[in-house]
Design a protein around this ligand. Structure first.
Ligand code: BEZ
Length: 587
C-alpha cells in the first residue's frame, strides 16, 4: 500500500484560528472522497490508529478514501481554548467546507470516530452541511445531558463527569495553556484514588479540575435540561439531520441508551428519506473502557464471538461509507438494519429494526411481604398481579451510598471493572431491595428498553430511586444487565423540578436503559431497588436544596418506601421477545 500524509495542515476557521490537521491521501490522482475525524485526544496519538472500536485508518486509505484527522480547538497541536462541545458545530462546518474545496477531494465527506469524536459528528449533522454525506458515531451521544454528563432521570453521571474532566484538565495542563494555577498532582491523585475524587462534598468544590477546565463548573451548575444543554443537543433537531448514520454501541457503555435512541429518533424523525432509511445499528457486549472490549469479564465471559476484534467494525464502516459517501449500491445480502449481540445465547443476530418489531412489553409485578431487603429477603417478581399489598422500606444515606459495581461506569473502583459484574456484595446490603422471579423453566428473552414503575413515599422532599436488572445464574452469580436512576424532583419534568411533600405518595417511572439477554432455564430474573448507585451517579443529599453545593453537614438520610399490590401496581416492564426456538419452528 502506498499513501502520503501531510501533517499539521492549518485549516482556517471563521474567526481566524487555524486547526492542525493531518491529511492522508491514497495512491492515485484523485479526487477522493474524504473521511474526517475530529478529536480532542491527539490526532498524532497511537490511540487513534490502534483502537479496535474505530475503523482501521490504513484500510480506509487503501480503499481509496482520503482520511483527515484534526485536533479540535484548544487541544494537542490546535490553538485556542478547549471548551467541550462549544466550538464543535461551527468548527466542523468550517472544516467540511474547507475539505470540499480541496482539489484532492471529490466533494463528498463522511465523518467517523468514537465518544467525544462523535459529539463533533452530531453537531456537524445538525448543521446539515451539503458536503457531509454520512456519519459513523461510535459509543457516543446526540444528547449530552442524557449521556454522558447527566442522565434521563436528572442525576449527574458523576463518575463519567469527574473522571473525564480530570483527564481533560491534565491534558490542558500538559500543553501549557492553563492559567498556570493547575495542580497536576491533585488531578493525578484523584484519578489514582477515585474515592478522593468522588467522595468529598460539596460536589461543586472541585477546584483542581475547574482551574484548568472551568466547563466542569457549568455542568455542575446546570442540573436541569436548560438552554445550556439544548444548545448542544443535536437530538432536538432530528428534522434538520439529513444524513444516514452507522451507530455502534456496547451494552455496558455509558452512552448505550443514547446510541440506540439516536438510531430510533432518526428512523422516525430524520430530515430525509436517506436519514430515515439509511440508519444502521451495531451493539456488542462491550463497555467504554479500553481493554474490556474483548467480551470477557471476570464474572461473565461472552466467548470469542463477543470480542470487538471479531465484530468486523472496519468492514462495517467501509460498507456504509461506500454506500453513502461513494454512492455505490448496497452489496447484496445485507438487508438488516440492526445487528445485536444477544447475551445469554452469546451470539450475534441480525434484526430488521429497533425496537424489535415483535417486542411484547410485559409487566412483572413487585410482590412480597414487605421485607425485600437483601437478596435473602422476601421480594418477589411475578407476572401475575399481586392479590395483597405491602410496603418495603430502605434508607438512602448519602454518607453511606450503595457502591457502583460494574455496569455503565467509565472508570471502575479499584478491584472492580465496568461491565457485567456480580452484584452479590451490594445485594447483601439492607438498603438494597431485591425482587426475584422463581427459577425459570423456559428461556425468557429480554431485548429492548427496560422501564420500572414505582409507587413511592419518602421522608424527605427530594431523594433518588435506582433500579438494576440482574440475571441470577444457577451458581448464584447475580450478573448486572442494565441500570437507571430517577431523581424525585425531576419525576415529571427535567426543566421544572418539583419537590415532594415528605410523607406523600408519588408514582415514579425509571428508565433502566436497554439490554439484550436471554435468561436461560435455571436462571432467575431479579430487580434491585435502592437509593443510590455511587459514583455511577451523584448522591442525593435529600435536602431539596441545590445538591452540588450541599456540604457534608447538610446531607440527611431519607427513609424511602416502595408500595406494591392491587392499589399500588409497582412493576418492571420488560421487552419480551418470544419466538419459537429453531427446533420448535420446524414443521
Ligand atoms: C470519551 O471520549 O471517551 C468520553 C467522552 C465523554 C465522556 C466519557 C468518555
Amino acid at each position: 500500500m502506498t499513501f502520503t500524509v501531510e501533517v499539521d495542515v492549518p485549516v482556517p476557521m471563521r474567526d481566524g484560528v487555524a486547526l492542525a490537521t493531518n491529511v492522508w491521501l491514497p495512491h492515485g490522482t484523485g479526487p477522493f472522497p474524504a473521511l474526517l475525524v475530529r478529536t480532542p485526544y491527539g490526532k498524532d496519538e497511537a490511540g487513534l490508529y490502534g483502537n479496535p472500536k474505530l475503523p482501521d485508518v490504513f484500510a480506509l486509505v487503501e480503499a481509496g478514501y482520503a482520511v483527515v484527522a484534526q485536533d479540535v480547538r484548544g487541544t494537542s497541536r490546535s490553538p485556542g481554548t478547549f471548551v467541550p462541545h462549544t466550538h464543535e458545530g461551527p468548527d466542523s462546518v468550517d472544516t467540511l467546507a474547507w475539505l470540499a474545496a480541496q482539489p484532492w477531494c471529490d466533494g463528498a465527506v463522511g465523518m467517523w470516530g468514537g465518544s467525544y469524536m462523535g459529539f463533533s459528528q452530531w453537531q456537524a449533522a445538525a448543521h446539515d452541511v451539503p458536503a457531509l454525506r454520512a456519519i459513523a458515531p461510535v459509543m457516543t451521544s446526540a444528547d449530552p445531558y442524557a449521556a454522558p454528563w447527566r442522565s434521563p432521570g436528572g442525576a449527574l453521571s458523576q463518575d463519567a463527569v469527574l473522571t473525564w474532566a480530570s483527564l481533560s484538565a491534565l491534558r490542558t495542563l500538559r500543553r501549557g495553556s492553563a492559567d498556570g494555577h493547575g495542580d497536576a498532582g491533585a488531578l493525578l491523585s484523584g484519578l489514582a484514588d477515585p474515592r478522593s475524587l468522588h467522595e468529598p462534598l460539596p460536589l461543586a468544590d472541585r477546584a483542581a479540575v475547574t482551574r484548568s477546565l472551568p466547563w466542569l463548573g457549568d455542568v455542575l451548575g446546570h442540573p436541569e435540561r436548560d438552554a445550556f444543554w439544548r444548545e448542544i443537543a443535536a437530538i432536538d433537531h432530528c428534522g434538520r439531520i439529513t444524513v444516514p448514520a452507522l451507530h455502534i454501541g456496547g451494552w455496558y457503555d455509558v452512552f448505550v441508551r443514547e446510541t440506540v435512541r439516536s438510531y430510533t429518533m432518526l428512523r422516525r424523525h430524520g430530515g430525509s428519506a436517506a436519514a430515515r432509511d439509511g440508519q444502521r445499528l451495531v451493539v456488542g457486549p462491550w463497555s467504554h473502557a479500553d481493554g474490556t472490549d474483548l467480551g470477557t469479564y471476570p464474572d461473565r465471559s461472552f466467548g470469542l464471538a463477543g470480542s470487538i476484534k471479531t465484530a468486523g467494525l472496519t468492514e462495517a464502516h467501509l460498507r456504509f461509507f461506500d454506500r453513502w459517501v461513494r454512492g455505490r449500491s448496497e452489496p447484496p445480502g445485507d438487508p438488516h438494519r440492526v445487528r445485536i449481540f444477544v447475551m445469554g445465547t452469546d451470539e450475534w443476530r441480525d434484526e430488521p429494526d429497533w425496537p424489535l418489531p415483535d417486542t411484547r412489553y410485559t409487566d412483572f409485578f413487585l410482590d412480597g411481604g414487605g421485607r425485600a431487603n437483601t437478596a435473602g429477603g422476601d421480594g418477589v417478581l411475578n407476572v401475575d398481579a399481586p392479590a395483597e399489598g405491602a410496603t418495603d422500606t430502605f434508607r438512602c444515606d448519602p454518607r453511606d451510598p450503595v457502591p457502583s459495581l460494574g455496569g455503565t461506569v467509565l472508570a471502575a473502583a479499584p478491584g472492580t471493572y465496568p461491565g457485567p459484574a456480580d452484584q452479590a456484595a451490594v445485594e447483601a446490603r439492607e438498603d438494597v431491595l431485591c425482587f426475584t422471579t422463581p427459577v425459570l423453566e423456559r428461556p425468557v428473552e429480554v431485548t429492548g428498553h427496560v422501564t420500572l414503575v414505582l409507587h413511592i413515599r419518602s421522608s424527605t422532599p427530594d431523594t433518588d430511586f435506582t433500579g438494576k436488572l440482574v440475571d441470577v445464574h444457577p451458581d448464584g452469580r447475580a450478573i448486572l444487565l442494565c441500570e437507571g436512576i430517577q431523581r424525585v424532583r425531576y419525576r415529571d419534568s427535567l426543566t421544572e423540578p418539583a419537590l415532594l411533600a415528605p410523607g406523600t405518595d408519588a408514582e415514579l417511572t425509571l428508565d433502566l436503559g436497554i439490554t439484550a439477554n436471554v435468561f436461560r432455564p435455571g436462571h432467575r430474573i431479579r430487580l434491585e431497588v435502592a437509593g443510590s448507585n455511587f459514583p455511577r451517579y451523584d448522591r442525593n443529599t435529600n435536602t431539596g436544596a441545590t445538591i452540588a453545593t450541599d456540604g457534608d453537614d447538610d446531607a440527611v438520610v431519607a427513609v424511602n418506601h416502595v408500595h406494591h399490590g392491587p392499589a399500588h401496581p409497582s412493576r418492571l416492564i420488560l421487552p419480551l421477545i418470544d419466538r419459537p426456538a429453531p427446533e420448535e419452528a420446524r414443521p
